[in-house]
Structures are given as C-alpha cells and as structure tokens.
Design a protein around this ligand. Structure first.
Ligand code: GLC
Length: 430
C-alpha cells in the first residue's frame, strides 16, 4: 500500500470519528452528574506497577536505556509479586484520606497486569500466574474506594506498536488489539469508575478511532469518567507534575512522591508531607483533584518513605480533611506562608510556615465575624484594620503539623484585594 492509499483510509476513518459521540450529545448535565463523586473525592492514589518495578530505574527504562525487546520481556517470567499486595495499597490510601485509586493495567512496556485473551504477555500467563488487576479491584472495593484503570495506548512490545503509523494493516490490527483490551478491562471487573488513558503515540484521535473507543467505554460503563489522553477532551484534563487549574473543565493534577512513577530504588528525593498537603490544598482551592503516585517494589510492597509520608498526610486529613473535600472555588490566594480554601462564607487559612504568636492576612475585603483553629475548634482572637487582619494570642510553635488551619468566618464570600493595599494604603506626607 502506498502512503497515499493509507492517507485516504485515514481520511475516511476521520469522517467516522468526527461523528458526534453519543455521550457528548448527552451534554454537560450528564457529565456533571457523573463527576459528582469525583469532585467530592478530591484526593486519589495513583499506582505504577509493572515489569519495570523489577529494574527499579524508572518506568521508562526499557526505552530510555534502549533495552532490546527480547531481553526486556524476560522480566515477565521473573515477576513474582506477593499475594494481595494491593490490600496494603488500599488500606494506606484509605488511611491517607484518598477516595479512589488508579492502577496501571498496562504501561508503555506493553505487559498486562490483567488477564487478556489477546496476548500471552499478561500476568496470569507469566511469572505472577494470576490476575493482578483483579486483586487490585477487590482490594480497592474492600476499603470502599472507587476504582480506576490506567491504560497506555502506546505499546513498546506489540509488533504493530510503531509501524501502525505508516502501515494501514498494522494500524487495523493494533487498534483492534487496543480496543479489544479496553473492552476486556471494562467487561471483566464489574463497575469501573475511571479510565485513565495515557500516551497516544504514534497515532492521533482519528488513527486510534478514539470517538468509537469512548463510545464503547460509555456503553460498557455508563457512569465512568475518562480522561483526555486518547486525543479527545474526555471528562477531565490531566496536568502532570504541576498544578494548573482549568476554569471550564474538571481537572486532576497527577504527581509523583519522588521523581519517578515506577519504583526507582536510588531516587531518594522525596516530597515531604508538608509539600503534599500544600499541593492538595492548592488543588482543592481551585476545585481540582490531586492524584498522588506510589511506585510499589516488584513484590508489591510500598516504599517505606511513601508509607510514612502518606501516614502523616492521613493524620492531618483526619483532623482537617473536611476542609479539603468540601472546598468551593476560593478567590483568596495571597500569602507568603499560607494557602486557602473556602466553604460558603468561611475562609480556611492553611498555614504551612508558622510565623508564631501572630498570623496576619492582608487585603481581605470582608469583615471577620469569628476565627478558630480548624482542627480543635479553639477560638482565635483577632484584630481587623482596613487592609489587615491579625490573628493573635497563638502559640509560638505551630499547633498542627505539617500545616495549621485557621477557620475564618466572614460576613460574605471571602474576597481578597491585594492591589488595594498597594494603591490605597495611606502614604506618609512628603
Ligand atoms: C507520562 C509518562 C508515564 C506516566 C504518566 C503519568 O505520560 O509517560 O510514564 O505513567 O505520565 O501521568
């Protein structure tokens, strides 16, 4: 087949793909209803686990180090995770205040953690000898958590995974394979709450037949949420390793705890519990979600640093989590030692660098009615001037760890005007 023939076929497929997917036609109300639990959840656990976990040098090792496929695939036989490792993940997630989980069912390496009739390169037919996705689904449900599947469209192992870009027969086989696996995932494990596509190299939405893909997904799982990484907008966007709020669509910021998604033995650059709480507050302030990753070891156990950090985040969430789950869009953002969330007329000032006896907030345009420490309910005294509120009589040492939250009840929806301080503050006489 010539390149021209191929392009014509793709153009024909394009017309089919452009046809409005049934779901989009159902409109925003339907989407908002499906998103309700997800917005309320705010905090989820991402899990990257696969053959790369055995190498312990990042999940991209196969490609970045140029490992030959024949050499890499031997890792499938030596993958022997302990039984039900996912129960520990789910328990930790719940304890951390996370309400949903998203696990890699297949990452770019092409190895499937689930049972697939379409390949032998899958957990039940290789070293593990059992379906790791099934164990995960049962573990998550056992803790009352919502269940998400990550699935990479890019595949470094499948023979057609690269040539599909230039060879129509290869594209046909590969797209059938990918759609077929998604069908398996959404048919064999009961109700699935999130489908998290990743990397759509080397095709575009037309080549992947992404509209048809999403139609199938919604048909199999009418309540599911899909992300935007199959080349279509989906139900939410996915800023990666950064927090970038969208105003018009639902968004979820995904992040690692060190610098790697998959287990990376030597990467000890861990985020602190404080950084994680701060990130979670920032997401909640702008009504986004935070999907925080763990990279289990090859046996499925969670790196000790991640356990400790999520445990302290969980202790903080037990005291302050309501402020995160119930947060509404918050206009107040400016402080050099705190961040904010809002619930109705109450502003929550989450202080991460505790200044001591007095905590000041500039530019609040509302009258403060009362203030208290959110974790204990203890009343906090305050003095308000035109451009400044000072919360006083506080302990020298931060009363909560790693972040202390002050609940500030205002006479209206909290609003900050920093510009007024600069332009209107009375100047000294010249
Ligand atoms: C990127 C990486 C991948 C990781 C994902 C998570 O696309 O390729 O390794 O799984 O981000 O967001």
């Amino acid at each position: 087949m010539t390149r021209r023939d191929y392009l014509q076929i793709v153009a024909a497929a394009s017309a089919a793909a452009a046809a409005t997917p049934a779901r989009a036609a159902a409109g925003d109300a339907d989407r908002e209803a499906r998103l309700k639990w997800w917005h309320d959840a705010r905090f989820g656990m991402f899990i990257h686990w696969g053959l790369y976990s055995q190498l312990g040098r990042h999940e991209w090792a196969m490609e970045v180090e140029g490992i030959p496929v024949e050499e890499y695939q031997k890792l499938a036989a030596s993958f022997h995770p302990k039984p039900n490792a996912a129960r520990d993940w789910a328990r930790l997630a719940k304890q951390a205040g996370q309400k949903y989980m998203v696990m890699t069912t297949k990452h770019h390496e092409g190895f499937c953690n689930f049972d697939s009739k379409l390949t032998d390169y899958c957990a039940p037919k290789q070293g593990p000898g059992r379906d790791l996705v099934k164990e995960y689904v049962e573990a998550a449900r056992g803790e009352g958590l919502r269940v998400g599947f990550y699935y990479s469209l890019m595949d470094w192992h499948h023979p057609d995974g690269a040539r599909c870009a230039t060879d129509e027969q290869a594209r046909r086989r590969f797209v059938d394979y990918i759609h077929g696996q998604i069908r398996e995932l959404l048919t064999n494990y009961g109700k699935i709450d999130v489908l998290w596509y990743d990397v759509n190299w080397p095709l575009n939405a037309v080549g992947w037949e992404s509209a048809k893909m999403n139609d199938m997904v919604y048909q199999l799982q009418p309540q599911i949420l899909v992300n935007n990484r199959n080349g279509l907008p989906g139900d939410f966007t996915t800023p990666e390793q950064t927090i970038r709020a969208s105003t018009d669509v639902a968004w979820e910021s995904c992040m690692t705890m060190n610098g790697s998604w998959g287990y990376h033995k030597a990467d000890t650059d861990w985020k602190t519990p404080r950084t994680i709480v701060r990130n979670l507050v920032t997401c909640a302030r702008d009504t986004g979600n935070y999907l925080l990753n763990i990279g289990p070891k090859p046996d499925g156990s969670i790196p000790e640093e991640s356990v400790q950090t999520l445990t302290s985040v969980g202790r903080w969430m037990a005291r302050n989590g309501e402020r995160i789950y119930k947060s509404q869009k918050c206009q107040v953002t400016r402080s050099e030692f705190a961040n904010f969330t809002r619930e109705g007329n109450t502003l929550f000032m989450h202080v991460h660098f505790w200044p001591g006896e007095t905590v000041a907030l500039g530019g609040l345009t509302n009258q403060v009615k009362s203030a208290r420490l959110a974790a204990t309910g203890k009343e906090v005294k305050f003095e308000q001037e035109k451009f400044r509120v000072r919360f006083t009589g506080l302990p020298e040492k931060a009363p909560d760890d790693p972040v202390t939250t002050i609940a500030i009840e205002c006479d209206g929806e909290p609003h900050q005007d920093q510009n007024a301080i600069r332009t209107q503050r009375t100047r000294l006489k010249a």
